[in-house]
Design a binder for this molecule. Structure first.
Ligand code: PMP
Length: 375
């Protein structure tokens, strides 16, 4: 047929290293309880909706002009938020933003990774790290967590440093709290990797930082003393703003400057800059659900433990759990009960986002019903 030959033609023309790949993406299914992409279940508060609409109204007539290329107002709002949230002194020159943290991660790889260079991460971790690296031409090295023992997801400073020394990476990805396992990294892992990979930019992906348990130290505290360290964050999770597409990073001003070489001009639209800035100005309201979500997360961990479903300790808004005879069968059985969770490709495990109390109840009740036959 015509479309079959068009498909063959596209495969012929495509970069050889992209042939046969499938696109990243969790199923976007219309089910009652969606707990598969670690979003925040709560809608944007009405007061913030009103403030955003008012600010946007002022923007629309000037959409004939390109946006502020250097997003000065948004950058100031991000800086103020980071300082308030982390207590770490940060200046606007240290802050960079993009359409989601995926975009700022791609800027880092474009500038510091790419063809002929090695990017190293520690699997299982966020699956976009290898996809961004490889689609931008870097060679991905799948480092190991838990020394490769099935069901062990810890990463020690020694193991991380040894792998960093062995592979001579140009970019190292650390993820804390780690997706999909949920646990924050021991702080020494970050310092050990910085030391063991002297020619690398070390990225600490802190997408879930605001959900961390007390006592977790952010890599932001190391940025001032480490010009090779980049800490990425996002408004998609705790901030309940995934649809706004705003991610950011904190690094040395010189690193931020280098990212200007690879970003497309005017990459943050005027509406994006406005809605994110106004949301940040209402940070306290926007983050009002974090404690509720953390309580649901802890509830999931406790209940799954009593069921024998081996939950992994979580500093994020999701829980990885194991002990499943067949994770694909459990995924389908949960879906049949209207609950969508994530199969992250780890045998005998699934990942569930902590939603609101009703969603959490729906998930836990389904798990209780399934436990006798699925665990
Ligand atoms: N980093 C991690 C660890 C994530 O889990 C996600 C979202 N799934 C992202 C980055 C990207 O999020 P966004 O592009 O929405 O900021």
């Amino acid at each position: 047929t015509e479309s079959a030959s068009a498909a063959a033609e596209v495969q012929r023309l495509l970069r050889p290293d992209l042939r046969g790949r499938t696109a990243y993406g969790a199923p976007q299914l219309d089910v009652p309880v969606r707990l598969n992409t670690n979003e925040n279940s709560y809608p944007v508060p009405q007061a913030v909706v009103d403030a955003i609409l008012e600010a946007l109204a002022g923007d629309v007539a000037s959409l004939n002009r390109y946006p502020d290329r250097d997003f000065a107002d948004l950058r100031a709002a991000l800086t103020a938020y980071v300082v308030r949230q982390s207590g770490v002194p940060v200046t606007p020159e240290q802050v960079w933003a993009g359409n989601g943290s995926n975009e700022v991660l791609s800027h880092v790889v474009q500038a510091f990774g790419g063809s002929g260079r090695v990017a190293l991460g520690f699997t299982p971790s966020y699956s976009m790290h290898p996809i961004i690296s490889e689609t931008l031409g870097a060679t991905w090295v799948d480092g190991l967590r838990g020394a490769g023992r099935p069901g062990a997801f810890d990463l020690t400073a020694e193991a991380a440093a040894e792998q960093a020394r062995r592979h001579h990476p140009a970019v190292v990805f650390l993820c804390s709290p780690n997706n999909p396992t949920g646990t924050a990294l021991p702080f020494e892992v970050i310092t050990a990797v910085l030391e063991a990979a002297p020619d690398a930019i070390v990225v600490v992906d802190e997408a879930y930082a605001e959900f961390a348990r007390a006592g977790t130290r952010s890599a932001l505290t190391l940025v001032a003393d480490n010009p090779r360290l980049v800490v990425t964050r996002t408004m998609s999770k705790a901030f309940a703003f995934a649809g706004g597409r705003l991610g950011y990073l904190v690094a040395a001003p010189e690193v931020v400057d280098a990212l200007r070489l690879v970003r497309l001009p005017y990459h943050l639209s005027t509406p994006t800059q406005t809605i994110a800035r106004v949301a940040l100005e209402h940070a306290e309201l926007m983050l009002g659900t974090v404690e509720v979500i953390k309580a649901q997360r802890d509830r999931i961990v406790e209940r799954l433990a009593t069921l024998g479903a081996a939950p992994v300790a979580s500093d994020s808004n999701f829980v990885l759990f194991g002990g499943l005879a067949d994770e694909k069968a459990t995924w389908q059985a949960l879906l049949d009960r209207g609950v969508l969770v994530r199969d992250v490709g780890i045998a005998h495990h699934l990942r569930v986002t902590a939603g609101d109390p009703e969603e959490t109840t729906a998930f836990l009740e389904a798990m209780v019903a399934l436990a006798p036959t699925h665990l």
